[in-house]
Design a binder for this molecule. Structure first.
Ligand code: SOE
Length: 398
């Protein structure tokens, strides 16, 4: 198989998972890493056993051995870095959210369509085998017409007021915290599993921890360094949100999101209720899918490739009873994007810049709804040039 050269810009918290995922594919070479300085990039390159390092993203983009670039910079840099990658005609994989505003997301969607290259955003929970099982069951109407989609994404890593990273700084993480960081995952999953689109939202937001104590610099997410002097910072972004949701197929929904909820680590849960059955998936019990019935006993389906629907089985790599994990699902998402790079055919599971732009608009609608005093806010997605999924000539120079 033809080998593909990959480069990564922004070697922070999530970077090793991108590198691990591409290495597991077997046909991708991690060519180089770019960081904010030559020294930090060189140090990370050594840590990840990568031969080349660059002190600027422009140098990495210009490297002729690299054709796919992963943008794992803090959210405020997504726009400039992804635009530069697209302008160079290279394939781009961006971390979520696509951008810190819907306007920026729209620019990226349009630039990706114009470039005709592979473009994807790592809404990684799509890669879980039982998420795909739930999506396919819903598509085959195994739970009937879906009328209610609800759930939550609850975390506690920001409970302590000494947790302060770029994610709480509106100039770097955007004005939204909980909704943009994790509410976005739930919205993406709700649309992906149901194939319905969120059309309106009504949101109530709260900042529970209003003052945080910054250790300065660019602390990474989950950093708890207690050895440094700290300065107080007033926080404006929400760390708690309750949202009502309406979908274009008539379904209703509700969602709770929080980052300061003691005991909740990575509690992403989604349930779809249809007229003949229900499905529920919880990230912390990701090898199980709850299937609810009114006229039969309920069931918990374990991840088992021999029992899963065609189309979902390839996301499971181990037999029944062998637990798979966050990193395996992440690898699946990255694997699907490289499949698109390799073949020119986009797998249904890939979240494109166009899909992720929708999510930016949904999150912004939630912020607007709250700012207007808690009123229904429509999700107004601008029309743009169609996604150029198969522009083989642009990608492969045919
Ligand atoms: C931090 O809140 C975080 O790492 C998110 O950024 C991820 O997207 C989520 O998967 C887990 O939590």
């Amino acid at each position: 198989m033809k080998r593909i050269g990959m480069g990564l810009i922004g070697p922070g918290f999530i970077a090793p998972h991108h590198i691990d995922a591409v290495r597991r594919l077997g046909y991708v070479d991690v060519v180089a890493i770019a960081g904010s300085s030559s020294a930090s990039a060189a140090q990370k390159a050594k840590l990840f056993n990568v031969a080349r390092s660059y002190g600027s993203y422009q140098e990495l983009i210009a490297d002729p051995d690299i054709s796919v670039i992963h943008n794992t910079t803090p959210s405020y840099l997504h726009l400039s870095v992804s635009l530069a990658i697209l302008e160079a005609g290279k394939h781009v994989i961006s971390d979520k959210p696509l951008a810190i505003t819907a306007k920026e997301g729209e620019r990226l969607r349009d630039a990706a369509a114009a470039a005709g290259v592979v473009n994807a955003v790592t809404f990684n929970y799509r890669g879980n085998p039982l998420v795909q099982q739930a999506r396919l069951m819903t598509e085959r109407e195994e739970i009937g017409k879906v009328f209610f989609i609800h759930g939550h994404y609850l975390q506690d890593w920001m409970t302590d007021d000494t947790v302060y990273s770029w994610r709480s700084d509106p100039t770097k993480g955007g004005v939204s915290s909980a909704l943009a960081d994790i509410g976005s995952h739930w919205c993406d999953l709700a649309e992906h599993i149901s194939s319905a689109r969120i059309t309106a939202v009504l949101a109530d937001l709260t900042t529970v921890v209003k003052t945080r104590y910054s250790a300065g610099g660019s602390a990474e997410a989950f950093s708890k360094d207690t050895t440094v002097a700290r300065t107080p910072v007033e926080v404006s972004s929400e760390d708690l949100a309750s949202v009502l949701v309406r979908f274009d197929n008539g379904a209703k929904g509700c969602l709770s999101v929080g980052q300061v909820l003691p005991g909740h680590k990575n509690g992403l849960e989604i349930e779809l209720n249809g007229r003949t059955g229900s499905v529920r998936w919880n990230q912390e019990r990701q090898n199980e899918l709850w299937i609810g019935r009114h006229d039969q006993p309920n069931a918990v389906m374990g991840k088992d490739p021999t029992l899963m629907l065609p189309g979902a089985t390839q996301y499971a790599h181990l037999p029944a009873g062998h637990q798979e994990s966050w990193a395996d699902a992440f690898r699946n998402v990255i694997g699907d994007v490289y499949e698109w790079v390799r073949t020119g055919e986009k797998p249904a599971t890939v979240c494109t810049f166009s899909d992720a732009y929708r999510t930016c608009v949904i999150i912004e609608a939630m912020l607007k709804s709250h700012a207007a005093g808690g009123v229904w806010q429509e999700v107004n997605v601008s029309s743009g040039s169609e996604q150029v999924a198969n522009r083989q000539e642009a990608i492969y120079g045919k």
